[in-house]
Design a protein around this ligand. Sequence first.
Ligand code: CA
Length: 223
Amino acid sequence: MMTILIIEDEKKLVDILCRALKIERYSTDFALDGEDGLKKAMKNDYDLILLDIMLPKKDGILVCRELRASGIHTPIIMLTAKGTVNDRVIGLDVGADDYLIKPFGMNELFARIRAVMRRKKTTDPDIAVMGNMLMDRVKHKVTRAGKDIPLTPKEYKLLDILLRHRGEALSRRKLIDGVWSPGFKELGNELNVHVRYLRRKIDQKGQKPLIHTIRGVGFSIGE
Ligand code: CA
């Protein structure tokens, strides 16, 4: 489950946000001033931070700047009551990922959260995303539509190579070299067999097929 830290001094808004995010299946934590928020953000590993700009003890701009200066790259969405161009520019300038002007609708907030998370994932080499499929190279895990997909080491390797060359038509030779070993000679139809297994797991009924056969060449992955 994703955990979101809310740094906001309006307790009423914090309560509303916590409740709404919970319904969307996010878990939440909060801080009511900038100092406490900074402390929590430094100590715990959050997936995202909602950061108000006007805060007691330490304002959101400072909190954001200090987090980025400490090498913490958790996605941050700034919340601003003023909505002045200046606030927004400053927010993005100190390393925030996006901003929302108060008052905002919950659906807009959810959309921004998803967009920021998606951007983060596609720039993170440890995580590969394609449509609703996700490969986490640190945890060595693949999910599609949120469901775990257990893969054998060969299937995982095959998928990994395809994802690293997304949009390319990969030759059979290149895939065999990568999954088995350079120059490996197939005894049967190992590559086709493994592609078939992988497809059965990844491209299940009702899902958009991601793995494509390029006739006379090999395979590719794409939406
Ligand atoms: Ca405030």
